[in-house]
Design a binder for this molecule. Structure first.
Ligand SMILES: Nc1ncnc2c1ncn2[C@@H]1O[C@H](COP(=O)(O)OP(=O)(O)OP(=O)(O)O)[C@@H](O)[C@H]1O
Ligand SMILES: [Mg+2]
Length: 417
């Protein structure tokens, strides 16, 4: 018996992943029997090699091998394609036709995308599987055939059975042995190897130097989800090979080709939605926080200016850009002609007799209307008084002033208290 490596080489299967090797080994073991096999795995994982291996290593190898894509044949003609029809069976049936099950007698039929078979066809298929019998469309004569069936699907069959789209009895007949091919993301060590092979093939095909991935790009390649599996990897290797002048590809460049990383590909939104792993939400939250922080810094700057300057109008003029940035310039949003006292409420020093301890900007005690002290001086005085009242205890003073202890500490430094 040939080794797994030799078979992989013969059928162009690359990679050394354990689960992949196990799938190939299973195909080799089951080949000499007539057992029905169901090959499962996501789209693009390489399911089509398995029936070929099974056929080539079986006693049917000199018989016919017919691959039928069940998903590509219209529902109206599939029975006729598979089982044949009699002349006059339906409009257009001008001649008797032999179906694949008759033609492949003594050989193997590969029913790809078997989950797409209509329920009526499933009944016919079940009969062939059970006793090798079938009836041409429009005939009443039962015929016999000796065909080995290997089927494949990328559907979740349990789901299809639950939804009554696939017969449970047929599923059990088809999957006497199931061969599962793992998705590419679970064969991390094979990804770069496959890319190198594809890149070399395309370099030869297009007569160009081979593209090479830098370390960060290899890393990215291994972390990517590869929803389209090996097929997708091959397509991307081809695109890069053809489109990139620079033959050394880094992660930044590679990202442009990976849906979900690049912003100009329509698949991005789909992909993000599908993954729904909160990374997206986290990014949004980060963005909101950064924006808030930036707004806060702008407001602090503006507040400071107002504190240092007596003329609101001047502050407004000097900081037009900043004000616009904070309050926006949407048409519905009116930018005030003049910042009124009301709008500056939070920055006002409350009157002595109306202290509002809920107001975190409350740090006023005895300020008179006509006082000419700047806000900064007033603030300094408030801090001093509060510290005195609390015997220099910063925590208590900060609480009273409605600011954090850290802010108070900074102000003490700032005013050299
Ligand atoms: N291990 C591998 N080594 C080399 N090429 C591979 C490997 N696996 C898959 N491929 C290639 O990837 C492509 C997709 O594989 P295949 O057509 O077998 O996918 P599939 O599993 O049948 O997908 P679908 O369910 O969409 O039909 C093919 O060109 C195939 O040659
Ligand atoms: Mg396929």
């Amino acid at each position: 018996m040939e080794s797994i490596q030799a078979i992989k080489q013969r059928f162009g299967i690359l990679g050394n992943d354990q689960k992949l090797n196990r799938a190939v080994e299973k195909a080799m073991q089951v080949a000499p029997t007539d057992i029905s096999v169901l090959v499962t795995g996501e789209s693009g994982v390489g399911k089509e090699s398995i029936p070929k291996i099974i056929h080539a290593l079986s006693h049917r190898k000199h018989g016919k091998y017919i691959a039928v894509n069940c998903g590509a044949i219209p529902e109206g003609t599939i029975d006729s394609e598979l089982f044949g029809h009699e002349k006059g069976a339906f409009t257009g049936a001008t001649q008797t036709r032999n179906g694949y099950f008759e033609v492949a007698d003594g050989g193997t039929i590969f029913l790809d995308e078997v989950g797409e078979l209509p329920l009526t066809t499933q009944v016919r298929l079940l009969r062939v599987l059970e006793n090798g019998e079938f009836i041409k469309v429009g005939s009443s004569k039962v015929q016999k055939t000796n065909v080995r069936i290997v089927a494949a699907t990328n559907l979740n069959m349990a789901d299809a059975i639950k939804k009554e789209k696939f017969r449970e009895d047929l599923y059990y007949r088809l999957s006497t042995v199931e061969i599962y091919l793992p998705p590419l993301r679970e064969r991390k060590d094979d990804i770069h190897l496959l890319f190198r092979k594809f890149a070399a093939d395309f370099a030869q095909k297009y007569k160009m130097p081979t593209v090479r991935l830098e370390d960060d790009a290899v890393d990215l390649l291994q972390k990517y989800r590869w929803n389209g599996n090996v097929r997708q990897l091959r397509n991307i290797a081809e695109q890069i090979s053809v489109l990139e002048q620079e033959r050394s590809i880094d992660a930044l460049k590679l990202k442009e080709y990976l849906p979900g990383y690049s912003s100009n590909l329509p698949a991005v939104i789909e992909e993000k939605k599908k993954e729904s792993d909160f990374s997206n939400e986290r990014e949004i939250l980060y963005k909101v926080l950064f924006d808030m922080k930036s707004d806060l810094n702008d407001l602090k700057k503006l507040t400071m200016e107002l504190m240092e300057n007596d003329s609101h109008q001047k502050v407004k003029e000097d900081n037009e850009g900043l004000i616009q940035k904070i309050y926006g310039n949407d048409e519905e949003e009116v930018i005030p002609e003049e910042i009124t006292d009301e709008q500056l409420e939070v920055l006002q020093i409350p009157q002595q007799n109306a202290p509002d301890k809920q107001d975190k900007y409350y740090f006023a005690e005895e300020i008179e209307e006509e006082e000419t002290l700047s806000l900064q001086d007033k603030e300094l005085e408030l801090i001093k008084k509060s510290l005195e009242r609390h015997n220099g205890k910063r925590k208590a003073a900060a609480d009273e002033l409605g600011i954090s202890e850290r802010t108070l500490y900074r102000k003490i430094k700032q005013y050299d208290l």
